[in-house]
Design a protein around this ligand. Structure first.
Ligand SMILES: *Cc1c(COP(=O)(O)O)cnc(C)c1O
Ligand code: SF4
Length: 340
């Protein structure tokens, strides 16, 4: 594990990185040995490094701590109910590696700790009373930093209360700490794989994160019949490039992981230097859509400020609306009329 105390022994830091060390932001520096091993130490601009080694710019207090207004959508201490038919449960603030682009930094790495049994019961009681909720995101932090005992308690409580809810297992640990997914853990997952299906939600942002170990970890879920979906974040200097995103999507699909979302970086404090101009993002989306199949294309999505919710961002191919027809521009820039 690499922390603020050991980083200088392990990596020759840039000036900007040294300045962060002298004046750190609230999100801790923590990188697992495995994820650290993926960094090309000779490249200060390495895309893995940029995701986990903080820079001076991070300590700038701009933007918001909670642009999605998750606090105001919270219905229990740990449960967020923003969209009618799905909830998100903050199971822990801990991760095996902290991402410098984390949008939930109001909570992540704050030593809030793993969800207590009482908090699980409180959340489950809410779900019992709210039958309109059909899916539950088990998120954080990283779900799989929970102890096996607490995970088991969580799964059991949820299944006993609402077998019909689809739990989404949200984790970046398959990329950052694949050794977590050992036989003991997978046996727990398997024990509760009845009723509404589990779904695995991963976060891979760069093709290099897909390697033998991480792919094997994901495969353990898929071989058990649990489908995998990936949510990437569009990050400056990491993947704001059509070639990189094309390779990432193809590699995900080849390894049975469906590219689901490509998120525009939220307006969260300390992440501005990693955010991509939304207009550039749209250009990337347009070009990417030409190169990828429908199956491999993720949905470029923004979570609107002040809790406005998610909207899908895509080139608008519909250019004009007339009384008896509409006018489209094709992806190659040609004009086509379509009758109403
Ligand atoms: C993103 C999000 C969800 C899940 O939304 P999907 O579009 O179904 O993936 C649920 N709850 C909250 C609070 C979210 O931010
Ligand atoms: S794994 Fe998720 S919750 Fe943890 S730091 Fe990264 S983005 Fe934030």
């Amino acid at each position: 594990m690499i922390t603020r105390d050991t980083i200088e022994e392990k990596l020759s830091l840039t000036e900007g990185e040294k300045k962060w060390l002298a004046n750190p932001s609230s999100l801790p520096l923590l990188v697992s040995d495995f994820f650290f091993s993926l960094i090309d130490k000779d490249d200060p601009e390495d895309p893995i490094r940029r995701q986990v080694i903080p820079q001076e710019l991070e300590s700038k207090v701009e933007d918001f701590l909670d642009p999605l207004m998750e606090v105001s959508y919270s219905v229990t201490e740990r449960l967020i109910h923003h969209y009618t038919n799905r909830c998100a449960l903050l199971t822990t603030d801990r991760c095996f590696t902290y991402c410098r682009h984390c949008f939930r930094r109001r909570f992540t790495g704050t030593s809030t700790g793993q969800i207590s049994q009482e908090q699980i019961i409180e959340a489950v009681d809410y779900l019992k009373a709210h039958k309109e909720v059909k899916e539950l995101l088990l998120t954080g932090g990283d779900l799989f930093t929970l102890s096996n005992d607490r995970l088991e308690f969580l799964f059991r409580s949820l299944r006993e209360a609402r077998e019909d809810i689809i739990p989404r297992l949200c984790t970046r640990a398959v990329a950052t700490y694949p050794e977590r997914f050992d036989d003991e853990l997978m046996a727990i997952v398997k024990r509760y794989s009845y009723g509404a299906p589990f779904v695995l939600m991963t976060q891979f942002n760069h093709p290099r994160e897909l390697n033998e170990k991480s792919i094997n970890a994901v495969s353990r879920f898929i071989d058990m019949g649990i489908p995998a979906y990936n949510q990437s974040v569009l990050l400056k200097g990491v993947n704001d490039n059509v070639d990189v995103l094309e390779e990432l999507s193809n590699k995900l699909m080849y390894n049975r992981i469906k590219p689901y979302y490509l998120f525009q970086g939220d307006q969260v404090c300390g992440t501005k230097h990693l955010r991509v101009d939304i207009v550039k993002g749209l250009e990337i989306e347009k070009e990417l859509r030409k190169r990828l199949s429908g199956l491999t294309m993720p949905q470029y999505t923004a979570d609107l400020p002040q809790g406005g919710g998610k909207v899908i961002l895509t080139e608008n191919y519909l250019k004009e609306v007339h009384e008896d027809h509409v006018v489209f521009e094709t992806p190659d820039g040609e004009i086509r009329k379509y009758p109403r």
